[in-house]
Design a binder for this molecule. Structure first.
Ligand SMILES: Cc1cc2nc3c(=O)[nH]c(=O)nc-3n(C[C@H](O)[C@H](O)[C@H](O)COP(=O)(O)O)c2cc1C
Length: 273
């Protein structure tokens, strides 16, 4: 089956998954002499629909790792996917701790919805909670590896078409491990589900945070108000031009420091072919 279109499809609140997915897709498309088509489903409007895939498509499909898994707020949307035999390259990012079962889960979701996952990768991205944990990643080295993954996937497709066997990836098979649970100093679970950022007086109501919140949860009338759920994705905090968004929750801040201190080493990217 000759591939006719290459897609970069991703959910990426702070942009690291987008960078990796684009690098993989551009290399894959480049090898096949094609352009990349992009579908970004980060914002609520992007999750109103999806492309009509065909068996002559190759889709590089990316999400971050949240609590060791595919972000659970995306599961309903992902359940509406229809691959129609398209080749897929599942890609996850993770913030230097571990990707645990996110990649195996994403691969299975794609396979269960009519895609053929033939290559996959897990890449390090700057942690959503932090500007020091995996700071600046994906960096040039990560993106070079992402391009290699795209090229190798293109070679695999050229050699075997979409009949390639399903790619084996690292992770515990279905039903997977439970969601990763942050703990406090005494080992008790830290529950940050209801935590939301605060807004300082520096806020000049530019409404950028309103536009970038993937849950559409920030009020346009008063950007200090979260009218829907907060998933701690970091979009409003990291993208605020005046640094007005911050967290003061003790459990959240403890978890962030623990991650920054415990996972300071350079985390590894992984490629599966
Ligand atoms: C709620 C939440 C949970 C996360 N859980 C993990 C995790 O289990 N392991 C890890 O290494 N990184 C974890 N991260 C970090 C993200 O996977 C990482 O920063 C990713 O690169 C963010 O992607 P984005 O820039 O496309 O939003 C988590 C981030 C958030 C917001």
């Amino acid at each position: 089956m000759k591939i006719e279109r290459v897609w970069a499809m991703y959910w990426s609140a702070t942009g690291t998954t987008e960078k990796v997915v684009r690098a993989v897709a551009e290399a894959l498309a480049g090898k096949l002499g094609l352009e990349v088509e992009t579908y970004d489903f980060t914002l609520p409007a992007g999750r109103q629909g999806q492309p009509e895939f065909r068996d002559t498509d190759a889709v590089v499909y990316g999400t971050p790792t949240y609590a060791g898994r595919v972000p659970n707020v995306l599961l309903k949307y992902l359940d509406t996917l229809a691959g129609h035999g398209a080749a897929a390259v599942p890609v996850v990012t993770y913030g230097n701790r571990n990707f645990d079962d996110s990649l195996v889960e994403l691969r299975d979701i794609l396979a269960d919805h009519g895609f053929r996952p033939l290559a996959a990768g897990a890449f390090v991205g700057e942690h959503s909670f932090s500007t020091t944990l995996a700071a600046g990643r994906p960096d040039a080295e990560d993106l070079a590896l992402a391009r290699q993954l795209g090229e190798r996937a293109a070679e695999k497709l050229a050699a075997a078409g979409t009949d390639c066997p399903e790619v084996e990836v690292e992770g515990t098979p279905k039903p997977y491990r439970g969601y990763y649970q942050p703990r406090d100093r005494a080992g008790a679970p830290v529950n940050i589900l209801k935590v939301k950022p605060l807004t300082s007086e520096a806020c000049d109501k530019c409404e950028l945070c309103v536009k970038v919140c993937p849950m559409g949860s920030i009020s346009a009338e008063d950007p200090a108000q979260y009218v829907g759920i907060c998933i701690k994705c970091g979009a409003c905090v990291k993208k605020c031009p005046v640094g007005a968004k911050y967290y003061d929750d003790a459990g959240y801040l403890y978890h962030k420091t623990e991650l920054e201190e415990g996972y300071a080493r350079r985390g590894e990217d992984r490629v599966f072919l």
